[in-house]
Design a binder for this molecule. Structure first.
Ligand code: FAD
Length: 439
């Protein structure tokens, strides 16, 4: 069975700028992928895979061979009783959610970008936000992996625990992920509330909110002392949307408001503080009941770049206070919008939530605005708290720093060297990131 989701449009958010491959392959079946891998391996060339191209760094950049799975999409088989689907890696998350909904299933995360593919999202550890919600990779129960020798392996916790620990989140460094088996949630209505609260009250209430909310995150504008909290809880009530005014204001802020206020603040930094307060006024408080988690809008008219780190949840309050203090002490003014959320611990070797319940802190950066000092201060504070960067986000951590953050780092490096000794799946960025010399 191949359930073909709605037609996709190839769209590399940053692809045109980042990738100029000499050759692009668009396989339609597993054999095509295998033969492309073998061709590159035999010719001593390198190959990167692109999913939706939404990662905001050079992970899939290549001037050699690019493999895109645009024509390798859909659910191949489903075990509806166990809620498991065997999905082709090129399937977009938005389209996958639509196919799942037909069977009363839902993706086990909220807030994901609809244009990302399941293969790409799993490869970088994409996540939603909730105290007991793991990232998407932790919901993978089997991986179809085509390694540099052209062999397709179906990797599970039973047949190869070590490879399973690595292949569920592997940055495309171990081979081509052709399929994933995903354990899905039952689609169930959720009551989604957004409300404002002082930062200190939000931090004080976190233990209680983390006990009750299935999904939980908050926006914070440093210096204003105010946050906007988003909670979602399961409900029996029938789906209903929020008011038109709330929908309109949310859309406006997301697609244009933040961007305009950020640009205005860039021109006149002394108004930045007022711009943040205005944003807080414009952002609505609202309540709706949604049938199941819905994808984030695919295209933002004024796209922001997200800098994200994940740190131990107990360090969150201290990190936010330090950040606020430093920004003030250094007199760094600008339009600052942060999002804070939660991810449960897992045991995946390169997962930023490996071994610890985590909070993520995400700084929005708006195109056309240089906020290098602010971004650097943000990164410094996060790194001082041993935070691990989101793999799809730009960051300055190198292999030696990352090795100290990931207890299974060396195991991953050794496994990669065994599976791909000639570095078919490396590019310059990945070689630097992993600290691997290219043969
Ligand atoms: C608007 C927007 C909102 C976002 N929101 C969130 C969010 O809420 N939570 C979150 O965690 N992240 C978020 N992100 C980041 C996002 O999760 C990642 O960029 C995305 O999951 C990567 O998926 P992709 O298909 O675009 O992969 P790509 O960017 O194409 O690739 C990412 C990496 O995976 C590799 N790869 C891709 N497919 C395969 C494959 N089949 N086999 C082997 N390797 C592969 C690539 O080589 C590359 O190394 C957001 C990004 C944007 C632009």
């Amino acid at each position: 069975m191949v359930l073909r989701p709605a037609a996709f449009k190839p769209r590399f958010t940053r692809g045109a700028a980042l990738a100029d491959p000499a050759h692009i392959a668009r396989p339609v079946n597993v054999e095509d992928i295998q033969s492309e891998v073998l061709r590159c391996a035999e010719d001593g060339e390198r190959l990167r895979v692109a999913g939706g191209g939404t990662a905001a760094n050079a992970l899939w950049r290549t001037d050699e061979n690019l493999l895109t799975l645009d024509h390798f999409v859909g659910i191949e088989s489903a075990d509806l009783e166990r809620g498991r689907v065997w999905v082709r890696a090129g399937t977009r998350l938005g389209a996958l959610a639509e196919s799942l909904a037909v069977n009363n299933l839902a993706l086990p995360m909220d807030g994901w970008p609809a244009g990302a593919t399941i293969g790409g999202a799993v490869s970088v550890g994409a996540h939603g936000s909730g105290p007991t919600l793991c990232n998407l990779s932790a919901h993978v129960t089997a991986v179809g992996l085509i390694t540099a020798d052209g062999v397709l392996r179906r990797v599970t916790a039973d047949n190869d625990p070590a490879l399973f620990g690595a292949a569920r989140l592997s940055l495309g460094a171990l081979g081509v992920v052709s399929h994933v088996e995903l354990e899905c949630d039952l689609a169930r209505p959720m009551r989604v509330r957004r409300f404002k609260s002082a930062l200190e009250d939000t931090l004080a209430r976190l233990p209680e909110l983390r006990t009750h909310a299935a999904q939980l995150s908050f926006e914070w504008f440093p210096g204003t002392g105010v946050t906007r909290i988003r909670t979602a809880m399961a409900t029996e009530a029938s789906p209903r949307s929020e008011t038109n005014s709330a929908i309109g204001r949310e859309w406006l802020m997301r697609n244009a408001g933040h961007w305009m206020l950020a640009h205005a603040s860039d021109r006149a930094p002394r108004f930045a503080h007022r711009a943040q307060r205005l944003a807080l006024q414009l952002l609505p408080e609202s309540e709706r009941i949604e049938a199941a988690p819905a994808p984030a809008a695919q295209a933002l008219l004024r796209q922001a770049e997200l800098l994200e780190y994940q740190l131990a949840v107990d360090d969150l309050g201290d990190a936010l206070q330090q950040l606020e203090h430093l920004l003030k002490a250094l007199n760094l003014r600008g339009y600052l919008a942060l999002e804070v959320g939660f991810i449960a611990a897992d045991d995946i070797w390169l997962s930023p939530a490996f071994g610890r319940d985590s909070a993520f802190v995400r700084l929005k950066r708006f195109r056309g605005i240089e906020q290098d000092s602010i971004a650097k201060t943000f990164a410094d504070v996060m790194e001082r708290h041993d935070a691990r960067p989101h793999w799809g986000s730009p960051h300055g951590q190198d292999a030696s720093a990352l090795a100290g953050l990931y207890p299974r780092w060396q195991d991953f490096i050794d496994l990669r060297a065994r599976l791909d000794p000639r570095g078919v799946f490396l590019n310059d960025y990945l070689s630097r990131l992993l600290g691997v010399r290219q043969p």
